[in-house]
Design a protein around this ligand. Structure first.
Ligand SMILES: [Zn+2]
Length: 272
C-alpha cells in the first residue's frame, strides 16, 4: 500500500499536501521556488518526504543554472537526445566520464568550464566561431591592427627577431576584448596557449605572410575597434606590459601547451 498520508508528529492528525512558494538560499543566490510538502493546519509544521526534497533540490539546481547561464538538466538531456547521442557518446566527445553526464542530467550542477565543453559538443559551429571570434580570418587585418599599434607605440613592432612575441599579446587582448564587447574579433585569428603566453596559432608560419600582406586591402577598422586597440595600448604602455599581464590570465594558465584559447572565455579576461 502506498504511503500517501502523513500524520503530524505533534498529534494533530493527517497533514495536508500543499505547494507553497519558498525563498531558499542556494549557493550565493536567494531563489524563490515552489515547494510541495505536507503542512499541518493546526501547528503549521511543514514536512517534506525524501522524494519531495529531491524534487526541490533538482528545481533549485535548475533555477540556479538558469540564473547563471548554465545548461539545465533538462536542456542537457533534450539536446543530447536531439543529436541521437548516448550518454557514453557525449562523455567520449568531451573526454569526461559517463558518470559526469549522469550527474549533470540528474541535477548536479556542472562547473562553468564543463558547461563550455557541453556547448562545444552540442553546437560545433559555435565552437568554430569561438576559435575565430565569429569572423573569418583576415591576415590583412592583423597587419592593419599591428600598423595601428606601431603608430601608437611609435615603434615598429614587427622589426627584429621577436616580432610577434610581444605584439602577439597586444593582438590577443584586442581581439578578445572586441569579441567580448562587440561580439566579433578584429582579425579572425585563432590563439593558442604557448609557453611564452597566448599567441597566434601557427605564428611562425604566419609571420612572413603578415609582413607581405597589404593592410590597405583590409576592411578598415571601425571606430569601436580603433578604440579597443587604443585602450589596449593605454593599458600596456611598456614594451613587456601585455606580455607580463597575459601570463597572469587564468584562461591562458588553465590550458595545456598548444591548446586553443576560445573567444568564449574572453569574459574572464582583465578589462581594458
Ligand atoms: Zn501539527
Amino acid at each position: 500500500m502506498e504511503k500517501n498520508k502523513q500524520n503530524c508528529p505533534h498529534g494533530h492528525g493527517p497533514m495536508q499536501l500543499a505547494t507553497t512558494s519558498h525563498k531558499i538560499n542556494f549557493r550565493e543566490l536567494e531563489l524563490t521556488c515552489p515547494v510541495e510538502q505536507y503542512i499541518c493546519r493546526e501547528c503549521g509544521l511543514e514536512l517534506a518526504t525524501t522524494k519531495q526534497a529531491g524534487a526541490v533540490q533538482r528545481m533549485l539546481a535548475d533555477t540556479y543554472r538558469e540564473k547563471k547561464g548554465l545548461l539545465t538538466s533538462q536542456e542537457i538531456k533534450t539536446r543530447r537526445k536531439d543529436l541521437a547521442m548516448t550518454q557514453k557518446e557525449l562523455a567520449d566527445s568531451m573526454s569526461v566520464g559517463i558518470a559526469s553526464i549522469k550527474r549533470w542530467e540528474g541535477g548536479i550542477i556542472q562547473t562553468p568550464g564543463m558547461d563550455k565543453l557541453l556547448r562545444q559538443a552540442f553546437w560545433p559551429r559555435q565552437r568554430e566561431a569561438s576559435f575565430t571570434g565569429n569572423r573569418p580570418f583576415y591576415i590583412e587585418r592583423i597587419k592593419l591592427s599591428l600598423v595601428m599599434f606601431n603608430n601608437l607605440y611609435n615603434h615598429d613592432l614587427l622589426a627584429g627577431d621577436n616580432r610577434l612575441l610581444y605584439s602577439g599579446k597586444l593582438l590577443w587582448y584586442a581581439d578578445m576584448t572586441a569579441y567580448r564587447e562587440l561580439g566579433r574579433s578584429i582579425t579572425g585569428a585563432t590563439y593558442a596557449a604557448l609557453p611564452m603566453g597566448p599567441q597566434l596559432n601557427n605564428y611562425r608560419e604566419l609571420v612572413p605572410d603578415i609582413l607581405k600582406s597589404d593592410e590597405n586591402t583590409a576592411e578598415p577598422l571601425s571606430p569601436e575597434e580603433k578604440n579597443i586597440i587604443k585602450r589596449v595600448y593605454e593599458r600596456f604602455p611598456g614594451k613587456t606590459d601585455a606580455y607580463n599581464a597575459s601570463h597572469q590570465e587564468v584562461i591562458w594558465k588553465n590550458k595545456r601547451t598548444g591548446e586553443i584559447i576560445p573567444y568564449l572565455e574572453s569574459s574572464e579576461l582583465m578589462k581594458m
